[in-house]
Design a protein around this ligand. Structure first.
Ligand code: SIN
Length: 533
């Protein structure tokens, strides 16, 4: 049966996701083709929108590309691809220019130059920002540009179910679009494209404590894996050291820029502790700071440590961090007078769908850009504020490269088959499975790992995935079930990647192999050497 005209959408470029990478790609690609953006909720429900820090770029007179490259390589702990790092760093100033050209408001110092802040792992001030809501401002500017572009169609409240692959039609693995669920109507559309771009962001929701919004369920990584793409380095989950600890605050990040501007980490006793863990103390690499906090919490049994800004001039703190100050004040914490209770939480996936320098995956006509990708920039740990930069750089490169994509599609496209199509009333099953995964991932595959814990997680995820599979094929598809299926697969891939890395490096720390091994490699997983799709 062919897809009917009403549910078949044809476009040159299909973009899944609407954060900095997806929107930047759309703006560039719309100069030479029709772009359709599919986004799960509203266009600004993205990780980008929640980013506080900013964009790292070499702009100061005391800075250099070599220094930015060196900082990225140091934090990446031996796993970054140097050529990739050099290429991305070199494009930093142009990326900032582009943001300004799009009308993004970036803070300026009194002398009129862009204000540069500092974050962990950076040896210089090099992060451009807008107050402490950089992501929201960047998202605003990009959304305005895509909404004004007649070559871009935006499908909000639409979620991709699966990618379309020529392999299903007897050809080689090549992607020609996706099945997409319209959440409002329940209709699954068949979107056919010349090139498909995954810009679906991260997978923080795999963990019970995360700085990420609810949309971060690893959809792009799971879908790419299911059609045979190589995914890589998924064991490197970055835990941000400082997320607000408060019963009424969900996932509220306390930006590293607070430490960059002089904030100190303290125990409940008031004692500082980071000097004992790293020479840069509070500004050490994120993996070191997160593990130090985790260790102090385990030693003391306390619920949180504290980030103290009270020694800094109150006017400076209020002016530089208005959003964080306001949110904390709503919860009864005046950050100019009281230390902020903080804990680590899952923040960023350093691994993802493996790509080349154009953002092209190992599947023809399928690209991955932004957090869902693994380009070689971050290695075993990401340098703060390198990610928005990476999103822009690879969006630009992919938009140039998709022009070369030769359309590959079957003459007749099979429409989505809905199985038994029974309406599911059993939302509780989805909620319970989701909760269970997130809790055991936190306990067993979190900041500190061991073989035993990883094996426990592996047994549990296999059982749960079996249950989810049954549920998926027997009931009418919903966005909750799509997300749960993706989340469970990504959890499995993280577990599998962690199981294969028999060393401690960057963000992967296991008590069974506490040192680095000599064999430096990426953890590449694909259908023929990894878990079932
Ligand atoms: C932060 O503001 O601490 C987050 C910046 C980042 O993750 O790059």
């Amino acid at each position: 049966m062919a897809a009917s005209a009403s549910d078949l959408v044809e476009t040159d470029y299909l973009v899944l996701g609407s954060g900095i990478a997806g929107l930047s790609f759309a703006i560039d690609a719309a100069t030479h083709g029709k772009v359709t953006i599919v986004t799960k909720k509203a266009i600004s429900d993205t990780n980008t929108n929640w980013a506080q820090g900013g964009v790292a770029a070499v702009l100061a007179s005391d800075d250099s590309f070599e220094q930015h490259v060196a900082d990225t390589l140091t934090v990446g702990d031996g796993l970054c691809d140097r050529a990739v790092v050099e290429g991305v760093v070199a494009e930093g100033p142009a990326a900032v220019e582009k943001l300004l050209a799009l009308g993004t408001h970036l803070d300026r110092a009194p002398d009129g130059h862009l204000d540069l802040t500092r974050e962990g792992g950076h040896s210089r001030r090099r992060v451009v920002h807008h107050e402490d809501i950089s992501g929201r401002e960047i998202q605003r500017a990009l959304v305005a540009a895509v909404r004004a572009n007649p070559n871009i169609t935006i499908l909000e409240d639409h979620i991709a179910v699966d990618l379309l692959s020529m392999a299903k039609y007897g050809g080689d693995a090549a992607c020609f679009g996706a099945y997409v669920l319209d959440r409002a109507s329940g209709l699954v559309k068949t979107v056919v494209s010349r090139a498909t771009v995954l810009a679906t962001g991260g997978a923080g929701k795999v963990y019970v404590y995360t700085s990420n919004p609810d949309v971060a369920t690893g959809d792009g990584i799971a879908m790419a894996y299911r059609i045979g793409a190589v995914v890589s380095n998924l064991e490197f989950v970055q835990f941000h050291p400082t997320v607000l600890y408060h019963p009424h605050a969900k996932s509220f990040l306390i930006s590293e820029a607070l430490r960059g501007e002089g904030g100190k980490l303290r125990l409940a006793t008031g004692e500082r502790f980071m000097d004992g863990y790293h020479e840069r103390a509070e500004l050490g690499p994120r993996d070191v700071v997160a593990r130090a906090i985790d260790n102090e919490l385990k030693k003391s049994g306390a619920d949180s440590v504290f980030l103290d800004m009270t020694h800094l001039p109150p006017d400076f703190v209020k002016h530089r961090f208005p959003n964080i100050g306001e949110r904390c004040l709503e919860l009864g914490i005046d950050i100019t007078r009281q230390p902020i209770p903080v804990v680590p939480a899952a923040h960023y996936m350093c691994g993802g769908v493996k790509t080349d320098e154009h953002g092209q995956t190992t599947i023809k006509n399928l690209y991955a850009i932004g957090e869902c990708s693994m380009t070689g920039l971050h290695g075993a740990c990401r340098l703060a504020s390198n990610s928005l930069l990476e999103g822009m750089v690879y969006a630009r490169r992919a938009a140039a490269h998709v022009r070369t994509a030769a359309a590959l599609r079957p003459t007749t496209v099979i429409p989505w088959q809905s199985g038994e199509a029974t309406d599911s009333n059993d939302a509780i099953v989805v909620a319970l499975n989701w909760d269970e995964i997130r809790r055991f991932m936190w306990s067993y595959v979190g900041i500190v790992r061991s073989d035993k814990r990883i094996d426990r997680a592996r047994r549990r995820i296999e059982l749960l995935r079996e249950e989810i599979r049954e549920y998926y094929w027997n009931f009418k598809i919903t966005s909750d079930v799509i997300e749960l299926r993706n989340l469970a697969l990504v959890a499995h891939l993280i577990i599998e990647s962690a199981r294969r890395r028999k060393e401690s490096r960057g963000l992967h720390y296991t008590v069974d192999y506490p040192h680095k091994s000599d064999s430096v490699h990426d953890t590449d997983i694909h259908l023929t050497n990894g878990p079932a799709a």
